[in-house]
Structure formats: C-alpha cells, structure tokens
Design a protein around this ligand. Structure first.
Ligand SMILES: Cc1cc2nc3c(=O)[nH]c(=O)nc-3n(C[C@H](O)[C@H](O)[C@H](O)COP(=O)(O)OP(=O)(O)OC[C@H]3O[C@@H](n4cnc5c(N)ncnc54)[C@H](O)[C@@H]3O)c2cc1C
Length: 574
C-alpha cells in the first residue's frame, strides 16, 4: 500500500462509522458544540434509488457494493451468511426499517450493570426515543411527533396479514396497536421508518443537513484500520482509502463501526485479549479480554406454509404484477412497494401467553428460499420466529494481522440449551397458530419444518440446520462498571483516554426487539455524555499535574437542550 502525506487537518473528534449510531453521534456533537467533527465511512454514498424505495431493501442486500459480506465460522456444521450495511447510513440504509424499541426491562438490565455514573434505565432512555421520533400519528407518553426520525404505521396490510392478525387473536393473543407503548405483548401492525413513501435512514433523519453545512466533514470509502495513540491517549485514526494509507488526527476518537468492526478495530489497535493479539503479531496496548466476546444476536427460524389462490404478495412480486406495483408507487407513492412487505408482527411467550414476551414473529406474506426475495409462484406465508432474549453468547475474533481480512464470527446460535428448548416451543406455537380457524380454509400444506419433523428432537435438529441471523449483532464491546467490561458506563474504553465506543456493540444484554432504534437512542445518550465530559474537563480547575492537557480542548458551545438535561439530572440527584 502506498503511503501518502498526513492529512494536516486536526479534528476535535473523529467518529468511525456512519451507521445508526455514527450518524446520531456526529450530528449531535455538531449540533451542540463548536467541535470539528470528521465522520469516516468505509462504504460509499447512499444515492442508489433502491436505498430509498422501501420495498427495495431485499434487492439492496444482494448488492456486494453496499454490504459487508461476512460469513460465520461453522455453526452446527454450516457457515452462514452474515451481512451488514457498508454504505453511508450503515444498517439504516439497508435494513427492513421496522421501528421497535424493546421492553423496559432491557434498559433496566443495562442500568444494573452500568454503574452510578451513567443513566441507562428505561426511564432515562425513553426521553431519547421521544426526542428522536417524528411519529405521523400519535404522541402521548410513548411517542414523539417532532423528532427527525420519521415513523409511521405500515402503509399496507395484505389480505394474508389480516388473516395472521386474526389467527393470533384466535390463538389467545390480544390485538395491540402499539408494541412501543405501554406493553409489547400482542399482535400488531408494524411501525416503520418510512416517510412520503421513502426510507428514513439515520442520514436523512440527522446527518444530511450537517454534511451540507460542512459542520461534519464526511469521508466516505475510507476504511479505518486502527486507532493511533500518543502514549495512552487516542490521537487519531489510520485509514485506507483509494489504495493509500492516510493518517487523520484528532483529540478524541469515537468508534461507531458496529458490533463486528468496532471490536476488530480495537484489536488491531492493540486493545483486546492479550494472547490473541500476540498470536497475530499485534503489540498489546491494553489487555482487555472481553473485546469481541459476548456476541449476541437474535436467532431467526421460519415456518413456511403454502396458501390457496393469490393471497399475499407472491404472485404480484413478479412480471406484470411487479410492473403494476411499480407504476402505482411512481404515481401515488403508495401500495406494497411503499412498505417493507413485513406488515404485521406479534410478541409473546409461547409458555405463558400473559407473560413477558420472549418471542417475536414477523408475518411475511411470501415464500422465499433466502428469506429475502420471493421464490416460486405458489402463494404462501412465512412466520419468522425470533428469540428476543437469547442466552447463547458467541464471539468475533481476528483471522490474522491484516485489518482487511474478514474477522472470524461465531454467533453460537442455539448454543445454550434454554434457547433451543424455547425455540422448539415457538415452532409448536407457530404450527398451532397456522391451524386456527382464520387459517383453516386457506392453508394448503406446511413447507417448513415439514410433516416429517414432529418430535422435539426432530424439530430441534431442524432449527439447528436453518437458524440464522436476524442481523442484530450486539455486545462485543460490552458496557459495564466491572473491570472486565470493554467500556465503562460512559462508554469510555478502559485502559486508555480519548477513546469511546458508541454503537450496538456496547449493549451488555440484547434488547427485546430490532436494534436500530435502540442503537440510535443509546448513541444520543452516549453523545451527550461525551459533551458533558468534555465540558467537565474544560472547566476543570484542579491540580494540573493529574489532569488531561487542557490545551487539547477547544471551547464547547453548549445549547439549551443539553443544559436543561444537566439541570434536570442535578435536580433529580439532589
Ligand atoms: C439486512 C438488515 C436488516 C435489518 N432490519 C432491521 C429492522 O428492520 N429494524 C431494526 O431496528 N434493525 C434492523 N437491522 C439492524 C440495525 O440496522 C442495526 O442494529 C444497526 O444499524 C446497528 O447500528 P450500528 O451503528 O451499531 O452499526 P451499523 O449501522 O452497521 O453502522 C456501522 C457503520 O460503520 C461502517 N464501518 C464499519 N467498519 C468500518 C471501518 N473499519 N472503517 C470505516 N467505517 C466502517 C459501516 O460501513 C457502517 O456504515 C437490520 C440490519 C440489517 C443488516
């Protein structure tokens, strides 16, 4: 690789990764301070029309250009595709746009491990969700209407999805028109980040205006290989761009590269499990044994059944049908193409219908071999079963010294026997739902698991064969107030200064639902902490001998929202 002269610009802060978290972090800092912010993104711009077309998301996932095409190590004997977004906006430019926050217990569990210095409980996190959300329909205690992240109910509910809703009710679940409200439990229409028939990514919601105004310097197609240090203080980032190696300097670095790349960058910077670093010829800066460990992901396994006639979207997803949908979208910005084709969902516990949901089930009105693009001409329904609080833990490890090498990823799906036992019960529940009166007249035949899989052992073996990622990796830079955690409750990397991780990787436990909205909310919390800590240091008047060098800090312009929050916190704590 050719070495070129160093970039002479010194940024106050470099954010690595422009995904769900990175967009929020860079924008929040730019909006609430005078700091010079650089945002580094390995992927390119998000201008492809398929990115904005809600129904285009399945097609986008097949484009190598927009995706990190990872693969797992063999899990139950087979490698599994493990994609994530490599594009401005990261996951939020390629994901299915479902807006789900999880359950209050999730955040209270974060608070329990994060320590007193930080505010992560549901009570603390709800204001972040409210501030970010721009719901077109409802406000009240659980929804924001003025925020930039546009949210709405699914624009369509297909005939087949209407049957799903009825069948789940017949099974015993209540209808719940708002799973982000007082309770998640029930069968519900999906809430999506779609506005005016277009995807609302984190770039649209937060970042674009700051790129235009120049308050955030965006550098795309730039792959960050490692963090640079002066002593134990982060001083910049090394990136590879267009065949060159470039050094960018900053007072502080924030990694928002997601749950696979953030631990990878830490390890290549010398922060990670000591033996693993040494065996890859990487000098150990900080022995931090849990970097890359604790990988959690929601496992998904799908029941599929053929249905009679033209129900659902199978027939209209091809040929003339597709042309008609496309034309309707162009003329009216509505119809199936204006949505993600995932229109209803249920959250419940197959062991206790009245209890805390442990399973999520999206109802998809098509049959697809790869879970994305409809295959074959027979109409059908797919029940996507997902465990919400998996106990299995996997890891992300280095495959070698080359930073560009694909890391080793082991999601360890169904590695914990409790997960497998619950998954078997979820399959049995799914089958029972397909036999409810609403479905009786329309179901033709179960395709998967199929009539041969009846005993617990047979169902368990089938689950191990088909289980895959719901695309929700989290936990690989675990937050905690214990010394083994990778980051502390304020998301500072242990053992060094000037370096934070703010993205899905810091989640100590999974959230009970999709991870985009929770990651955006945690990023806002993390960005506020970053600014609070800078102001605290800038105002510090104690013994200079033990302080961080004040000259490194430029003045922070503090805006009213941040001030109000500090005031409220002081008031609460007094
Ligand atoms: C196909 C798919 C469907 C999904 N569907 C949903 C859904 O419907 N609802 C939902 O809530 N969640 C969904 N998710 C999950 C959600 O999008 C992620 O949880 C979320 O985006 C994670 O945010 P993040 O900021 O941690 O990482 P990301 O959003 O992945 O952002 C990381 C960014 O960092 C960049 N990057 C990585 N490494 C480097 C490097 N070395 N140098 C420079 N840049 C780098 C990446 O290119 C990326 O842009 C889906 C995810 C996928 C992949």
């Amino acid at each position: 690789m050719k070495k070129i002269a160093q970039d002479q610009t010194r940024y106050d802060v470099i954010v690595v990764g422009s995904g769900a978290a990175g967009c929020v972090v860079a924008s929040h800092i730019a909006e609430n301070s005078a700091l010079r912010v650089a945002l580094i993104e390995a992927g390119g711009m998000d201008g492809n029309p398929l990115v904005k077309l809600p129904a285009g998301f399945a097609k986008i996932l097949q484009h190598d250009k927009f995706m990190w095409r990872y693969e797992t190590v063999p899990v139950h004997g087979a490698r599994r595709a493990y994609r994530s977004g490599k594009i401005l906006g990261g996951g939020t430019s390629v994901n299915a746009m479902c807006y789900v926050r999880g359950q209050p217990e999730d955040y209270d569990a974060w608070q329990a491990v994060a320590g007193k210095e930080a505010a992560w409980s549901y009570r603390d996190m709800l204001p972040h969700f409210l501030a970010q959300e721009g719901n077109d329909l409802r406000g009240g205690p659980y929804h924001g209407t003025e925020g930039p992240l546009k949210t709405r109910l699914t624009p369509m509910i297909s005939d087949l999805n209407a049957l799903c809703v009825r069948a789940f009710q017949e099974y015993g679940l209540p209808f719940n028109d708002d799973y982000n409200g007082a309770s998640q439990r029930g069968v519900s229409p999906v809430q999506v980040n779609i506005h005016d028939g277009r995807r609302c990514s984190a770039v649209d919601a937060y970042l674009r205006e700051h790129i235009r105004s120049g308050r955030v310097t965006l550098i795309t197609n730039a792959f960050a290989t490692k963090v640079l240090f002066e002593g134990s203080r982060a001083s910049g980032v090394e990136v590879q761009r267009a065949g060159n190696t470039l050094t960018l300097h900053a007072d502080e670095v924030i990694l928002s590269a997601g749950a696979i790349q953030s631990p990878r960058i830490l390890m290549h910077s010398g922060i990670g499990p000591a033996d693993a670093l040494r065996s890859n010829d990487i000098p150990v800066k900080v022995a931090s044994e849990e970097v890359g460990e604790n990988l959690q992901d929601h496992p998904i396994f799908c029941l599929r059944a053929y249905v009679k006639g033209d129900l659902g979207y199978q027939k209209i997803s091809k040929g003339l049908g597709a042309a008609r949908i496309g034309l309707r979208y162009l003329l009216t910005k509505d119809g199936p193409a204006a949505g993600n084709c995932i229109e209803t969902v249920s959250h419940w516990d197959p062991r206790d219908l009245a209890g805390r949901p442990t399973v999520q089930c999206y109802h998809v009105p098509v049959i697809s071999e790869d879970g994305l693009v409809p295959t074959g001409s027979r109409s059908g329904v797919t029940l996507e079963l997902v465990l919400l609080q998996p106990k299995s833990r996997g890891w992300v490890r280095l495959a070698g010294k080359d930073p560009a090498a694909m890391p080793l990823i082991n999601p360890n799906f169904m590695g914990h026997e409790d997960d497998l036992a619950l998954a078997v019960e979820a399959v049995r529940a799914g089958r029972s739902i397909l036999q409810q009166p609403a479905f009786r007249a329309v179901i033709e035949e179960e395709l998967e698991p199929g009539a041969d899989q009846q005993s617990d052992e047979e169902i368990a073996a089938w689950i191990k064969k088909v289980v895959n990622t719901m695309w929700h990796p989290v936990g690989t830079c675990r937050m905690g107030d214990d010394e083994h955690s990778v980051v502390d409750g304020r998301l500072r990397v242990r053992g060094v200064t000037g370096l934070r991780v703010i993205d899905a990787s810091i989640m100590p436990e999974p959230v009970s639902g999709n991870t985009s909205a929770p990651t955006q909310a945690l990023a806002r919390n993390g960005a506020m902490m970053f600014l609070e800590d800078r102001e605290h240091l800038a105002n510090w008047t104690g013994d200079a001998g033990s302080a961080a060098p004040l000259s490194l800090f430029s003045p922070v312009r503090v805006f009213s929202e941040w001030r109000a929050r500090q005031h409220a916190r002081r008031h609460r704590d007094s």
